[in-house]
Design a protein around this ligand. Structure first.
Ligand code: SF4
Length: 383
């Protein structure tokens, strides 16, 4: 069945072949480790133990990687001879953090948002955004190169799916952000998986990476400060819930009827709103947690009082918070963000109905902070 999608500059889109195959088989296996950052703590411990090293060596190495961020050469020189020998024999003598290197960095005019373009070993480029708020810093991470979901307003969706990121490539983004912040005397506090890619499509790698950066001998990011976003892969939401993952769930909603949502998010054709909301209710009730919903405000398409009323009905009885997001314009989508008055009226309608909601700050527009925009800009410049 071909699924037609409206709104894209007079073109119609159909589900990409990678999305179709993903719908049949939602989670792909993790690729074999090519970096130390691809290993879980227990895996690193087991590998060291198999070569006769003691558990303390695993803790030391983990701290160098995740706490000290391997920035000072003397850290490696200070490693015990058996550990240094193991690194030389098995990992070419280096503590390999080069799964991703910064190839471009842009800073917003207010200095509060930085967008990093990271080059991976195979030449793929992904984006990481570091956002500063009063007293805290948040990194927005990518989970895939490209994306199979095809959300029509998204620059990453418009470029299509390339491949999943390995756990170490996701961890590398956290390390790159933390290094930048540390150099300025700051510390990363929050993580959001809202960059390029659908995190729950790359479930195992994402969960492993988050477990690694939250692990206590290392970076020790609080799981409660980590948010995983999805466009609504229902089986993965249920798995996330049943596994009692300690991270917040954020669902990109953007529309409250199937007709309107399917026109923006092709994945809604596979898991329509009734199934998605059932999964969200299951998550909220089973774990006693609030579900965060993203709603990108698009002028004239989802920002009227009637849209707000239907949304309130959809969320009735659910512990929910709505984040209203300004649309970042992309070349492949002819919509524009809502006027301030419409956005305020929409928010006020939700609040009047008792639905907690926030209009997210307009961050980093001058650094193409919308997901996939910097990479798309770069490709355009190269052409
Ligand atoms: S919004 Fe997210 S899920 Fe949708 S196409 Fe963009 S990256 Fe993929």
């Amino acid at each position: 069945m071909k699924v037609e999608v409206a709104y894209v500059r007079g073109r119609s889109l159909s589900l990409s072949s990678s999305l179709k195959s993903m719908l049949l088989s939602p989670m792909d296996p993790i690729t074999p480790p090519v970096s130390l950052l691809d290993l879980r703590f227990e895996q690193m411990q087991a590998r060291l133990a198999a070569d006769g090293l003691r558990p303390i060596h695993a803790r030391t190495l983990w701290k160098v990687l995740y706490r000290e961020l391997d920035v000072a050469p003397q850290l490696r020189e200070a490693l015990s001879p058996p550990l240094a020998r193991w690194l030389r024999d098995h990992w070419g003598g280096t503590v390999n953090l080069t799964t991703a290197t910064i190839s471009e960095q842009l800073r917003s005019s207010d200095g509060m948002t930085r967008k990093l373009l990271l080059r991976l070993r195979d030449g793929q480029e992904i984006e990481t955004v570091v956002m500063g708020y009063p007293g805290r810093f948040t990194a927005c991470l990518s989970s895939q190169a490209g994306c199979a979901m095809g959300c029509v307003f998204c620059a990453t969706g418009q470029m299509g799916f390339v491949r999943h990121l390995a756990p170490g490539e996701i961890v590398s983004q956290v390390i790159a952000a933390q290094r930048l912040l540390r150099a300025e005397g700051n510390e990363l506090r929050n993580l959001v998986l809202m960059g390029m890619g659908e995190p729950l499509h790359n479930y195992d790698a994402v969960m492993q990476a988050l477990d690694s950066v939250c692990h206590s001998p290392g970076m020790c990011i609080a799981p409660s400060r980590v948010s995983v976003s999805t466009v609504g892969l229902v089986p993965a939401i249920i798995r996330f819930t049943d596994e009692r993952r300690p991270y917040s769930l954020a669902v990109s909603l953007h529309a409250a009827t199937d007709e309107e949502r399917s026109a923006l998010l092709p994945v809604n054709q596979r898991w329509p709103l009734a199934e998605l909301m059932e999964a969200c209710r299951y998550h909220s009730q089973r774990l006693s947690r609030r579900v965060f919903f993203g709603w990108t405000l698009i002028a004239g398409r989802n920002d009227s009082p009637e849209h707000a009323r239907i949304l309130v009905e959809l969320l009735r009885g659910l512990d929910a918070h709505i984040n209203l997001i300004r649309l970042n314009a992309t070349a492949g989508f002819d919509g524009s963000t809502s006027a301030d008055a419409s956005a305020d009226a929409f928010r006020n309608s939700l609040k009047a109905a008792g639905v907690p909601c926030t209009i997210r700050q307009y961050r980093g527009i001058d650094v193409a902070a919308g997901c996939g925009q910097l990479r798309a800009d770069r490709l355009e410049r190269a052409r």
